[in-house]
Design a protein around this ligand. Structure first.
Ligand SMILES: Cc1cc2nc3c(=O)[nH]c(=O)nc-3n(C[C@H](O)[C@H](O)[C@H](O)COP(=O)(O)O)c2cc1C
Length: 374
């Protein structure tokens, strides 16, 4: 068996100085299980508590920064100060065994379901619908509204600080609003927020600056800021790896603690060209890995697979589906129970795994979404 020196080695984030005691992160995962008012439900708290030894870095489900940015039924909110007690419950549940808790902050933009947003009207950089069946056409945001959204990300970060999180992750990936501003598919603006590649970076970088500024002014304890990107888009026009490297370079110059490259398959080829087999995350690593730690994710489940990813120079391995299946992932390695790590979802054990019912149902109804143990 490979020795797991890398997985079990501690890591110190370069800007905040926050230390985690292994190289494993729980990837952000929406649970569809929050209360209707955007507060966290008791079932979600139980779910987080079950997983708080599963990884050194524990990233929450994405939380909307404004009601107009809500992306899912049952999503948690970070949009007003009334949410701070709810956020604090999550932070406490995640931190009680020494893990570090990070709130993912998010705005869905044109990906919002119409029934989840005020007036049934999703918004985006431009009035261009997503390229999927039945997608609504969003309303183009005004310059004033864009400034308000940037502030809302800052306010959500302030609430995370007050709720005693250890950090926030800016959700710049997975086709949501920040990515919509970066993408030539969804951003057709001709003002300062769109046009050239450089101008399409204005919004992502403004959100980053705002969050970093709020953290600098408000954090009284070490507090990290990470940023999640998607390296490519399937749309044409869409984001290419060349575009992403320019953004990654700009982000690597900011006081960010990490860049999290969102892929469904870490070792997978380009989404745009199957012959281009180099993992996208490794391309980003080569470009900016000397300036900023990189988190890799996608299809990793066994300790050997995690170790292999870390051997490439990736700082932290994130796992989503595997930590649903095996909530005690890192703890089992630390205690020497490597052979007991589950890699398929025990469909008879919802109660033991403490997965809230809406999330559980979504896992079982999506074919091929994760391995099942009947
Ligand atoms: C149920 C579920 C919910 C997810 N919700 C989020 C989310 O809120 N924010 C996000 O950035 N990614 C989200 N993702 C993507 C994961 O963070 C991760 O990138 C993806 O699942 C690939 O990693 P994995 O193969 O380890 O699951 C979600 C994935 C799943 C399975």
């Amino acid at each position: 068996m490979t020795d797991l020196n890398k997985v079990l080695s501690p890591f110190t984030f370069p800007v905040s100085g926050i230390e985690i005691n292994n190289r494993v992160a729980m990837a952000p995962m929406t649970t569809f299980s929050g209360n209707a008012d955007g507060t966290v439900s008791d079932d979600e708290i139980t779910y987080y508590r079950e997983r708080n030894k599963g990884a050194g870095l524990l990233i929450t489900a994405c939380a909307y920064v404004l009601p107009q940015g809500k992306g899912f039924h049952g999503q948690i909110g970070a949009d007003k100060d009334d949410m701070i007690p709810s956020l604090r419950r999550i932070a406490e549940a995640l931190k009680e065994n020494g893990g570090k808790a990070v709130l993912q902050i998010h705005h869905s933009g044109r990906m919002s379901p119409v029934e989840e947003v005020p007036n049934g009207q999703p918004v985006s950089a431009s009035a261009v619908a997503a390229a999927r069946e039945g997608a609504p056409t969003p309303r183009e945001l005004t310059g004033k509204e864009i400034e308000e959204i940037i502030n809302a990300y800052g306010e959500a970060a302030r609430r995370a600080i007050e709720a005693e999180f250890d950090g926030v992750e800016i959700h710049g990936a997975n086709t949501y609003l920040i990515q919509q501003f970066f993408s030539p598919h969804s951003n057709r603006r001709t003002d300062k927020w769109g046009g050239s590649l450089k101008k399409r970076m204005t919004f992502p970088l403004a959100v980053t600056d705002k969050v970093l500024d709020v953290v600098k002014t408000n954090a009284k304890h070490p507090f990290l800021v990470g940023y999640r990107i998607s390296p490519e888009e399937i749309e044409n026009p869409g984001i290419t790896i060349e575009d992403t490297l320019v953004l990654a370079e700009a982000l690597s110059k900011k006081k960010l603690d990490y860049l999290h490259v969102s892929t469904m398959d870490f070792w997978g080829a380009s989404l745009l060209n199957a012959d281009d087999k180099k993992p996208r995350t490794l391309i980003v690593l080569e470009e900016v890995g000397n300036s900023i730690p990189i988190i890799g994710v996608g299809g990793i489940s066994t300790p050997e697979q995690a170790e292999k990813v870390l051997e490439t120079g990736i700082s932290i391995v994130a796992m989503g589906r595997e930590i649903l299946i095996e909530p005690h992932w890192a703890e089992k390695i630390q205690k020497g129970y490597v052979n007991e790590i589950e890699t398929a979802l025990d469909i008879k054990n919802q109660a033991g795994l403490n997965i809230p019912t809406p999330l559980w149902n979504s896992l079982l109804t999506r074919t091929g979404w994760l391995p099942l143990k009947e």
